[in-house]
Design a protein around this ligand. Sequence first.
Ligand SMILES: *[C@@H]1O[C@H](CO)[C@@H](O)[C@H](O)[C@H]1NC(C)=O
Ligand SMILES: *[C@@H]1O[C@H](CO)[C@@H](O)[C@H](O)[C@H]1NC(C)=O
Ligand SMILES: *[C@@H]1O[C@H](CO)[C@@H](O)[C@H](O)[C@H]1NC(C)=O
Ligand SMILES: *[C@@H]1O[C@H](CO)[C@@H](O)[C@H](O)[C@H]1NC(C)=O
Ligand SMILES: *[C@@H]1O[C@H](CO)[C@@H](O)[C@H](O)[C@H]1NC(C)=O
Ligand SMILES: *[C@@H]1O[C@H](CO)[C@@H](O)[C@H](O)[C@H]1NC(C)=O
Length: 332
Amino acid sequence: MGTSMNYRNSLKLTLTFSTIISLLVRVVPCTGNEPVVKKVGDKAELGHCNNDKAITNSIVMWEVHRPGKKIQTVTEKHSFDSRVQIHRNHYEELLLEINTVREADAGRYICKTGTTGNMSIHKEIEIIVQFGPKLSWESINRTMHEGETGELWCNASGIPKPTIEWFRKFRVNNDTRYENIGISGNMLRIHNITRYAKDIYKCHASNELGSAEGFINVDVLFPAELEVFEEELQGVNGDLNVEMACAVTANPMVNIVWYKGDEENHIQENNWKYKIQNEDDMKEYYYTTISILKKVYPLEHADFDTYYCKAQNDTGHDIASKAINLARRPEK
Ligand SMILES: *[C@@H]1O[C@H](CO)[C@@H](O)[C@H](O)[C@H]1NC(C)=O
Ligand SMILES: *[C@@H]1O[C@H](CO)[C@@H](O)[C@H](O)[C@H]1NC(C)=O
Ligand SMILES: *[C@@H]1O[C@H](CO)[C@@H](O)[C@H](O)[C@H]1NC(C)=O
Ligand SMILES: *[C@@H]1O[C@H](CO)[C@@H](O)[C@H](O)[C@H]1NC(C)=O
Ligand SMILES: *[C@@H]1O[C@H](CO)[C@@H](O)[C@H](O)[C@H]1NC(C)=O
Ligand SMILES: *[C@@H]1O[C@H](CO)[C@@H](O)[C@H](O)[C@H]1NC(C)=O
């Protein structure tokens, strides 16, 4: 055993230096190389994959395997892209040069040598192209329902993998600043989401090559809640400016209508008897609309009745209703 080992070693020593090199190149394909890491715009040189002089008419061919694309080939005579060429250097070594590297150049580059129809792999090199974070969107709208668990995603691409931080612009504060939520990662999960989570969320993705931002405008839907301020009012004939108030909190907002007696016969907004005032300034922040029904004509017998404040959605469907009773104050 030992003798045969020594014999082989001594045989190797008698070979010329160049033969050893060519033997090594031929016998041990250099697969499993460290990847070549380049930035967008760099020049990449993938080295030596030479013709095998021992083979007549040997040629060199690089195969370019890029994810999601057809395999392309480059020979000394032909290339699929003028930026990608095989060059001979002073030492007659063949290099694959890629000028102004692009993101799409990332992939596996396989060098084959031999003769047409009998090529063997000599080298396999992976090129990693570094680039700053990118998001496929700038701003999106998300609608969630109160009580559910919502996930906001910020799948920024980028190499090295970007660090992602989350920020929130609180609507209620009417503040223009974004506050760091203190959560990092490509997903922000909001448990048991409440209506007060309706805000603008921002994700900031960064790596050493740059940064990108995305804005997610979150709207939280919840069913209408209707309240009256007083369920029972009292008055006497001749009273002026009797007011009834009703508030609806909802998202999407619903309309408030008033009626007395006939449900289909809504009290008209402004006539000589009634004035209806809707205040929805706070709608954007608190989703609340307050409606005030004001009796602007002196109370008379027929006005002592039950009034209804009713919430209807945009398509005119009834959502909720509450009664207010206007009673005649007992005479002393
Ligand atoms: C293919 O090439 C190798 C050398 O790279 C050679 O040993 C082999 O005989 C060739 N095969 C054919 C079918 O030509
Ligand atoms: C998001 O919603 C707003 C209005 O609420 C609208 O103007 C905008 O176009 C929407 N954006 C997208 C990306 O849908
Ligand atoms: C973001 O990427 C994760 C995997 O990391 C995937 O599960 C998720 O669906 C992606 N989200 C979006 C909105 O693309
Ligand atoms: C929020 O700010 C805007 C302008 O910065 C202002 O016009 C608006 O009145 C403010 N709203 C509230 C509720 O403070
Ligand atoms: C969700 O939040 C509501 C209101 O804060 C609370 O009443 C309810 O118990 C919460 N549900 C869960 C599952 O945490
Ligand atoms: C209005 O309410 C009805 C009944 O609940 C529902 O079927 C309809 O989708 C709602 N329309 C809108 C615009 O919310």
